[in-house]
Design a protein. Structure first.
Length: 324
């Protein structure tokens, strides 16, 4: 019975063995990805990793060579019409008509989706002024254009938003507003699937992330889960009166590395439970003037999954193992 219930639960996105070949190039290889309803999911990977190809298959712009993609419970290739009006897309490259105003663009988008939406409400929602919305978009800054495209994506209150670099062109204030907006949409139950190269932004905004590398989904987890899996869980920074070069802290099991900068020792742990032991040993050798604890950033985790080396700790052996 339990199995049946689980099978029926609808994910916003579910791919199974999704694969795309271009001749000899395998752009996407056997990807099993699940994005739940109402979740903010960051889709990451270096250039050429297979992100756009995956998104193109979700949107039925491309056909998979093998495997399936399901969006909002419908097969992306067999039932694209059932999906189209329930998703909002902010594409990486987009064309706006310079001679139309933002309001006219939105009226057009509302008509095209046959939606019942108020352009003024959408304009407010993305932080454009009503006055600017009546100007021709030819004179818009990149950030204003980005807000307009997002407003178009929100037409019809989609159940899934697919956003390609949503913070692109926005100033720091705009980036924060975009994050709040995305969170607000997720709180309404909308799933948000977004790709970005600004990893600090992804870390701040996402519930979970997926990392693509060479066509494979090499990680799918919360940022915290990735820290645990890679063993890059934490670092201790000890400011000291004298650097105790005679100490071999790496001989303590659970210490994965030690470096020295500006009279400070930076100690990485595969077992954070060993922090007290390290502090005790350093304290016995020199005066500790300050202690700080830091967690590995998403950027460091991203590096460990995509630079072609093993992450510092235990690396998941198969995509199945990294599912949260
Ligand atoms: N139409 C195509 N024909 C041939 N090869 C392609 C085609 N589209 C993509 N590829 C190849 O597939 C691989 C994945 O490309 P893709 O555009 O999906 O990567 P990406 O992760 O989106 O990269 P970026 O961050 O640079 O946009 C690359 O090796 C690319 O050269």
């Amino acid at each position: 019975m339990w199995v049946a219930c689980e099978t029926l639960s609808m994910a916003a996105i579910r791919t199974q063995s999704l694969t795309k070949r271009f001749g000899d190039v395998v752009a996407v290889r056997d990807v099993n990805l699940t994005v739940e309803e109402g979740e903010i999911f960051g889709f990451l990977g270096p250039n050429g990793a297979g992100k756009s190809t995956t998104i193109n298959m979700l949107l039925d712009f491309m056909r998979p060579s093998e495997g399936t993609a399901e969006v909002l419970g419908h097969d992306a290739q067999k039932e694209p019409r059932a999906i189209r009006n329930r998703i909002g897309i902010l594409p990486g490259g987009y064309d706006l008509y310079d001679r139309l105003t933002a309001r006219e663009h939105l009226e057009f988008a509302i008509d095209a989706k046959n939606a019942d939406a108020d352009p003024s409400e959408l304009i407010d929602r993305v932080g454009l002024s009503q006055e600017d919305a009546d100007r021709k978009v030819g004179g818009y800054s990149k950030g204003m254009a980005q807000r307009l495209v997002l407003a178009s994506a929100l037409v019809g209150d989609p159940d899934l938003l697919i956003l390609d670099e949503p913070s692109s062109g926005l100033d720091p204030h705009g980036i924060r507003e975009m994050r709040e907006l995305i969170r607000g949409e997720a709180d309404r139950g909308t799933a948000v699937f977004f790709s970005s190269h600004i990893l600090s932004e992804v870390e701040a905004a996402c519930d979970r992330v997926g990392i693509m590398n060479n066509g494979r989904l090499v990680a799918e987890n919360t940022v915290e889960g990735l820290r645990e899996l890679t063993g890059a869980s934490s670092q201790l920074i000890l400011k000291v009166g004298r650097v105790p070069t005679e100490l071999d802290l790496t001989s303590i099991e659970g210490v994965s590395g030690v470096s020295v900068d500006d009279s400070a020792l930076r100690v990485s742990f595969s077992d954070p439970g060993k922090k007290a032991q390290v502090v005790k040993r350093v304290d016995a050798a020199t005066r500790i003037t300050d202690i700080k604890s830091e967690q590995a950033s998403l950027e460091e985790l991203f590096d460990s999954y995509t630079r072609g080396e093993e992450p510092t700790g235990r690396k998941p052996e198969s995509p199945a193992e990294v599912s949260a």
